[in-house]
Design a protein. Structure first.
Ligand SMILES: Cc1ncc(COP(=O)(O)O)c(C=O)c1O
Length: 433
């Protein structure tokens, strides 16, 4: 492929007189070739969704079952939550534009109070997105100290860590699931400077949770801060898991799922997945909250979340209270049906938790285009984990189950997985013994 402008792929960069110019470094990014190829070769990348009915989506003339949604509890489609928006719009307008420091519509305060109570945290702070939180808060926490980051941490955590490095922190990668490695690094660092260890809660690729109690114990021992991004756990997992309620109760996230305290832990979560709203939060001590009010740029300078998002979060809390356990149980049952099918077919998945994220790696990574087309033609929409979005060794696709997926859709998915396993070289689960 010729070198092309990232703003207009395929078009060579030219100056005002139409003369081809020396390419900008961005234009030499070879990953653009992969994305162009993926866009061209199948319709599940950068797609335009025309219409939604329940968990079915229409792309062009084709209706598909959506297994790429993170709306785990189905709140995006819940009548009471949808109905909650209009009243708040008449009260607040579509989008009061104050930054939070300038003025907080009352729903912000109500959400923080209810969220603090739900999480059982010392305090909470709302900001628009998790991405903005990582970018603005990790540099504040790390100062000129060290950001330690789990090697499988979400890209947005890496971005926050990179900004912290630009502001004077040192960056240190920690091998995933290797507690000894974390301890070894912490032991070597002076305790007089800040040390922040960043890790995912429920991992967005494997669907598994880290051993949070063990990580918390080490961080407390070395007086480091454990900074956890539980974007996918909040709303799904919560306190007191049991054989009857394997995801636990109340959806109050990973710290409560493990029965941990918030000592030395800053929990970050978002409403953009299970709660289907554009809002995110930190669970943190009040002293840190007050510090961030003057030190985290999104609190001072960014616009707020839209009124509709504040309204749907408040309605989401009510529905979580009244229907949350039933929805989580339905989500669990549907997820287990898919995981059972994956096991029956002998396919490898890294999911050992039963949480609703199921990645299936390909045996042959070059099959990704054909696999995407195969699933699309059979009415199944998934997240393609294609290179360069994931490392070459992890190429595959990710199925996400939500409580709003119908049993017929799960049936269809399971049937298509069977056909897929016959036609493609998928990675196989190791045989027991
Ligand atoms: C683990 C994780 N963190 C952060 C984000 C980004 O969240 P937000 O949209 O609130 O910025 C995502 C979104 O996919 C995610 O999976």
């Amino acid at each position: 492929m010729s070198v092309s402008s990232p703003l207009a792929p395929g078009v060579p960069a030219k100056n005002g007189r139409g003369v081809e110019t020396k390419s900008h470094p961005l234009q030499q990014d070879r990953r653009l070739d992969d994305l162009d190829r993926l866009r061209a070769s199948h319709p599940m990348m950068d797609a335009i969704i025309e219409e939604v009915r329940g968990r079915k989506i229409r792309i062009g003339n084709k209706w598909l079952c959506d297994f790429a949604s993170c709306n785990y509890l189905g709140f995006d489609l819940h009548p009471e939550i949808i109905a909650s928006v209009e009243r708040e719009l008449w009260r607040w307008g579509t989008h009061p534009s104050w930054s939070r420091l300038l003025g907080n519509p009352r729903p912000y305060i109500e959400i923080e109070e209810q969220l603090t109570d739900l999480l059982g945290a010392p305090d909470t702070l709302l900001l628009p997105t998790i991405t903005l939180i990582h970018a603005s808060v990790i540099p504040v926490l790390a100062g000129h100290g060290t950001v330690l980051i789990d090697s499988q941490a979400h890209k947005t955590l890496y971005e926050g860590a990179a900004i912290a490095r630009g502001a004077g922190a040192t960056l240190c990668r920690v091998r995933t699931n290797d507690l000894g490695h974390l301890e070894q690094i912490l032991r070597s660092l002076p305790s007089s400077t800040p040390r922040v260890f960043c890790i995912d809660g429920v991992n967005s690729m494997t669907g598994n949770a880290p051993d949070l109690p063990a990580y918390a114990r080490i961080c407390r021992e070395y007086d480091a801060l454990l900074y956890v991004d539980d974007a996918h756990g909040f709303g799904v997992i919560g306190e007191s898991p049991s054989p009857e309620m394997p995801y636990g109760l109340r959806g109050n996230s990973i710290v409560r799922y493990f029965g941990e305290s918030y000592d030395n832990i800053v929990l970050v979560g978002g409403f953009s997945k299970a709660y289907s709203s554009l809002l995110a939060f930190l669970a943190l001590p009040t002293s840190l909250k007050n510090h961030l009010k003057v030190a985290a740029p999104p609190y001072l300078y960014s616009g707020p979340s839209p009124t509709a998002s504040l309204a749907t979060v408040l309605a989401g809390f009510r529905v979580n209270e009244s229907e949350g356990e039933d929805l989580r149980m339905a989500l669990y049952r549907k997820t287990i049906r898919v995981l059972d099918r994956v096991a029956e077919l002998g396919l490898l998945t890294l999911n050992s938790s039963g949480f609703p994220i199921i990645e299936l790696p390909l045996g042959e990574r070059d099959d990704i285009d054909a696999v995407g087309r195969f699933l699309f033609d059979r009415g199944i929409y998934v997240t393609l984990a294609a290179y360069p979005l994931v490392p070459k060794s992890q190429v595959g696709f990710r199925v996400q189950v939500t409580a709003a997926n119908g049993d017929d859709e799960i049936e269809q998915l399971n049937e298509v997985l069977g056909e897929l396993a016959k036609c493609f070289d998928m990675q196989r689960a190791p045989t027991p013994g």
